[in-house]
Design a protein around this ligand. Structure first.
Ligand SMILES: [Zn+2]
Ligand SMILES: [Zn+2]
Length: 346
């Protein structure tokens, strides 16, 4: 075991503080990654506060990890010392179920191992990216192309793949009208990626406060959902809506904005159940769908796509001492558009 510095929440809802954790020795197929940057995802806050259920403490959050390989195990074939790499929301899975075999490791029926707040195959808790290093099996590591700076690449590992995967799956592209619901960390990536895929992109956000940014990032249209007129004007407009909102939504109102046989894909996860009158999907043959991150191969595909199109996240770089303040700002939607921790400050 190797002792490394990290930022952890000692208990549910407690502020994060500097501490040390143990990383396992580099095994046969492991790579040791010197973490350079770690994004702050809204789900870090959900988990630190046990909004999604009982969690494991101390918790070192962070599943938007960008760094450089500093050691490889003897059996590693994909990576070498000095390679620029990333780690997202999972660090292992069963590798045998239908989903793992199909490259959908995020839906592993044997249980994928989360990058933090999970137990690995040896029953040891996993610790995430708010730390100096991490040891990960090479099969759960992705390569960050040279054209992408590591700081703006870090958020792609969750926010990027979470929006890329449903946009691809439901055919965002030329001739398609796509709405991105929510203009936060996930939403701003959705706008950039949907635009790069060639779709006509509309942002649906609570207010018009971030309209200039949205248009600059690639949106063609921008509407406020607080304005009832938006729902009248845009009725029956979209082929696909990707909802990044993690607050309870009036799903029926958004389903009414879809064309016949359109899809509302949810990637945001509200803490409370939502209710729905099913006539809003039956009428028009609509699909209410969900999507969770993406598989490892698809995450690599997304990074390559982003490098080709010059897409990184819009970030505010912070020192580790500012994490707790950053959490408050995320909760107040006061971030443009992703906080990234410079892990040299841990
Ligand atoms: Zn995330
Ligand atoms: Zn599996």
């Amino acid at each position: 075991m190797t002792t490394v510095a990290a930022y952890a929440a000692p208990a549910a809802k407690a502020p994060l503080e500097r501490t040390t954790i143990e990383r396992r020795e580099v095994g046969e197929h492991d790579v040791l990654i010197d973490i350079k940057f770690a994004g702050i995802c809204h789900s870090d806050i959900h988990q630190v506060r046990e909004g999604w259920g009982e969690a494991i403490f101390p918790m070192v959050p962070g599943h938007e990890i960008a760094g450089v390989v500093s050691e490889v195990g003897p059996g590693v074939t994909k990576y070498a010392v000095g390679d620029r790499v990333g780690v997202g929301c999972m660090v292992d899975s069963c590798r045998e179920c239908d989903n793992c075999r199909a490259g959908r490791e995020q839906y592993c029926t044997g249980g994928m191992v989360g990058t933090y707040n999970a137990l690995d195959k040896n029953g040891e808790p996993t610790y995430g990216g708010y730390a100096q290093t991490i040891v990960v099996d090479e099969n759960y590591v992705v390569r960050i192309p040279d054209g992408l700076a590591l700081d703006v690449a870090a958020p792609l590992l969750c926010a990027g793949i979470t929006t890329y995967s449903p946009l691809k799956r439901w055919g965002a592209g030329p001739g398609k009208k796509v709405a991105i619901l929510g203009m936060g960390g996930l939403g701003h990536m959705g706008v950039k990626i949907a635009h790069a895929l060639g779709a006509e992109v509309t942002v649906l956000s609570q207010s018009l406060r971030k309209k200039d940014d949205g248009l600059k990032l690639g949106a063609d249209h921008y509407h406020a959902t607080a304005d009832q007129k938006t729902f009248e004007d845009l009725r029956g407009t979209f082929d696909l809506i990707v909802s990044t909102v993690s607050a309870p939504l009036d799903l029926g109102a958004y389903l009414s904005l879809l064309k016949t046989e359109g899809t509302l894909a949810n990637v945001g996860a509200p803490e409370e159940p939502v209710s729905l009158n099913l006539f809003s999907v039956i009428g028009g043959g609509k699909t209410l769908a969900g999507s969770m991150i993406g598989g490892i191969a698809e995450t690599q595909e997304m990074l390559d796509f982003c490098a080709t199109h010059g897409i990184g996240a819009e970030i505010e770089l912070i020192g580790a001492a500012e994490i707790n303040e950053a959490y408050e700002r995320v909760l107040n939607s006061d971030v443009r558009y992703r906080f990234v921790i410079d892990t040299a400050t841990i």
